[in-house]
Design a protein. Structure first.
Length: 489
């Protein structure tokens, strides 16, 4: 175990004294929380100033310690970070309803993000704080559990994804989903465990075949299984009308190699051993995802008819896929820290330069200049909204979606028989655009049939495909009815 530096040890001593006599809802001394945040930030490889700010992040808000005290003991950078986390917490505490600041279309949420724009390390501390709070969420009353969990799914998990912090995104989403929809969480968790158990023997054989082939080609590699997260499966099933037959990546293997050339050589070896599925080969190395994620993905059918996804990447790509922005700090700590002290962040990875827009906007606000918040495009949520069924199931849809898009996402049988819709408990019409956090109840009748006019009341390709199919079937049925039966001779 790495020994704390003198500055970090001093911060722990000061925090321990400041929080003396305070307790968490779990009954533990309050100091256990900042120490847990410290451990998380250390695991992410963050710089010393960020770790110290993580230890002290609650002191200004909850104890007699002042920003002046922190600045005197640890310098301006640490004080600035603690101040940023304090302001973020204060702003959030003033928002009674989570939907009032979700997501980027609301001015108050944008102001929170702008506050973070001065130094993105504020956000990283907040993410570490949120992660530990979720890990201990069982101590809170059920209503607070659900509120915090919902906020996590809709704000903090997408933010982690935008920063390409894959491990964090998965843990945040799964921990939160467990409280948002506990029954569904347990169902999917059991399903994944059963699938992995039944596929274990086949997966071991595949690992042996791949290992032998890669060794023969003298490719240095690391091979491991990848377990699909519960919330990720939930979202995919929602996208595919709960059809498990459309989910091809429940069983997955990850191959990590030394360089990009070996990535493509490995892809060729995999395809020489197993039959690739058409349309399931994705080259995120040549065309990285928006958050900077790079990897080769392919889905294959093995000799014993198992479907397996392979992810192939270099060590650096893997590190970035797991830890994202935190990995950038780990590899470029000195440069990034110096740039922050100078008020610059242009040396962040290209895919994270959206942060500079936040910083520039924050600078304008400090100078008293007017800022049009509507022009600030963070694209954190990839133009998505999250709406709910009356049972609390979460459905993600593109912004601008209408009730029929929602109905067809649930099931084509529901979409085909829609007669009306209730939004947030009130009767509405099929032309009303759905908004973030809406609770949508679709009303159906067996006597209802799909109508051509509905094509103007949907925006998603999925709903359009289902509707057109239903219209063709309906048209063929009507045509058949119109043909007179043959007369017997």
């Amino acid at each position: 175990m790495k020994k704390d530096s003198e500055r970090v040890a001093k911060a722990v001593t000061i925090a321990r004294k400041a929080h003396e006599g305070q307790f968490r809802k779990t009954g533990e001394p309050y100091i256990t929380h900042p120490l847990a945040v410290k451990k998380i930030l250390e695991e992410w490889g963050m710089d010393e100033d960020t770790i110290i700010a993580g230890i002290l992040h609650d002191t200004v808000e909850d104890t007699r310690l002042t920003l002046g005290d922190i600045k005197k003991e640890f310098g301006e950078s640490v004080a600035f970070l603690v101040d940023g986390v304090t302001k973020l917490s204060t702003a959030r505490n003033g928002m009674r309803d989570i939907d009032s600041y979700l997501p980027e279309t609301k001015d108050n949420f944008l102001r929170l993000m702008i506050a973070l724009g001065d130094d993105i390390r504020v956000l990283i501390i907040k993410l570490a704080d949120r992660l530990h709070n979720l890990r201990t969420l069982s101590a809170l009353p059920p209503d607070k559990q659900k509120k915090i969990a919902k906020e996590t799914l809709e704000v903090f998990a997408p933010l982690a994804d935008r920063l390409n912090m894959g491990l964090l995104r998965v843990e945040l989403a799964d921990l939160a989903f467990k409280y948002v929809d506990p029954r569904r969480y347990e169902e999917l968790k059991t399903l994944i465990e059963k699938h992995n158990k039944s596929a274990a023997k086949s997966l071991k054989r595949i690992e042996e075949e791949i290992s032998e082939a890669l060794k023969k080609e003298k490719i240095h590699f690391e091979l491991s299984g990848r377990v699909k997260s519960v919330y990720s499966l939930h979202k995919k099933l929602a996208k595919h009308n709960q059809n498990m037959g459309e989910i091809y990546d429940l069983t997955a293997l990850r191959v990590i190699v030394d360089d990009i050339t070996d990535c493509y050589l490995t892809l060729g070896i995999v395809h020489s051993l197993y039959k690739p599925m058409g349309g399931r080969i994705k080259d995120y190395i040549a065309m990285p995802k928006q958050n900077g994620y790079q990897s080769l993905h392919t889905t294959v059918i093995t000799k014993d008819k198992h479907i397996v996804e392979f992810q192939i990447r270099t060590h650096e790509m893997h590190e970035y896929a797991e830890r994202g922005l935190a990995a950038s700090f780990y590899y470029n700590e000195q440069k990034l820290t110096e740039n922050y002290k100078k008020g610059k962040i242009e040396h962040l990875p290209t895919n994270l330069l959206w942060i500079t827009e936040l910083q520039m906007t924050a600078a304008k606000l400090r100078e008293g200049k007017k800022v049009d918040l509507k022009k600030l495009k963070l694209n954190l949520f990839a133009d998505k909204i999250f709406v709910y069924t009356p049972k609390g199931d979460i459905i993600d849809l593109p912004k601008g979606s209408l009730p029929l898009d929602f109905a067809y996402r649930l099931h084509s049988e529901i979409g085909d028989h829609v007669v009306g819709v209730k939004i947030n408990g009130k009767m509405s019409n099929l032309n009303k655009k759905l908004e973030q956090g809406d609770v949508v109840e679709i009303l159906t009748s067996k006597n209802q049939t799909p109508k051509t006019s509905w094509l103007d009341r949907i925006i998603t390709p999925h709903a359009r495909t289902k509707l057109l199919r239903a219209l063709r079937i309906s048209s063929a049925y009507e045509t058949e009815k119109a043909i007179p039966p043959l007369k017997k001779k």
